[in-house]
Design a protein around this ligand. Structure first.
Ligand code: IMP
Ligand code: MG
Length: 179
């Protein structure tokens, strides 16, 4: 259900256009390499799928799942591995694909985790970034859009497991969400 309290930040066309630009840059940078996308479930599922479809070079895709958020809008601070990688990454050029960087805790943990599996290289691609919220000093190698300190939903992002299916990204104040 689409909530009237949601304000569209990026519509579907803008999202797809930006994904295409990122895919073009990634295809150029990894030409001749051994690109392996690691999408972070569940939030980065639509982004990983769209990015993979738009890449102009051969690549493989795997998914990992970690838990960092409870049901609310604040990070729990600790990361738990929920679903490990299926395919080996040793010797591969891994690109971790995530939905959003908030405090940076999740991405920092993921980079370290993948690095421990001895890939040839590890880089990151995130669709959104909230730099004002950062607690761990890192940034994505490829970024869709920086945004202000807003809680956003849609295009994979959820609020209490809702709104992931929206084809656009909206910002929402938890106080105004109709449950
Ligand atoms: P971090 O570890 O604090 O950087 O949090 C990253 C994760 O928190 C993301 O992968 C999302 O799952 C979740 N998250 C952070 N900000 C938002 C938001 O605005 N909307 C929905 N999920 C968010
Ligand atoms: Mg996530």
């Amino acid at each position: 259900m689409v909530d009237n309290a949601l304000q569209v930040l990026f519509d579907a066309d803008r999202i797809q256009h930006r994904v295409f630009e990122l895919a073009k840059n990634i295809s150029r940078d990894y030409a001749g390499g051994s690109l392996h996308l690691v999408g972070v479930l569940r939030g980065a599922y639509p982004f990983t799928r769209d990015l993979s479809k738009s890449l102009l070079i051969p690549h493989t895709v795997d998914f990992i799942s970690v838990a960092s958020y409870g049901d609310g809008t604040e990070s729990s601070g600790s990361i738990q591995l929920r679903r490990k990688l299926v395919h080996p990454v040793k010797g591969r050029d891994v690109l971790i694909v995530d939905d959003i960087i908030d405090t940076g805790t999740t991405l920092d943990w993921l980079v370290e985790h993948v690095q421990s599996l001895e890939p040839r290289s590890v880089r990151t691609c995130c669709f959104l970034d909230k730099p004002a919220r950062r607690q761990v000093p890192l940034s994505a190698n490829y970024l869709g859009f920086p945004i202000d300190d807003l809680f956003v939903v849609g295009y994979g992002l959820d609020y209490q497991e809702k709104y992931r299916e929206l084809p656009y990204i909206s910002w929402v104040s938890p106080r105004t969400v109709v449950t």
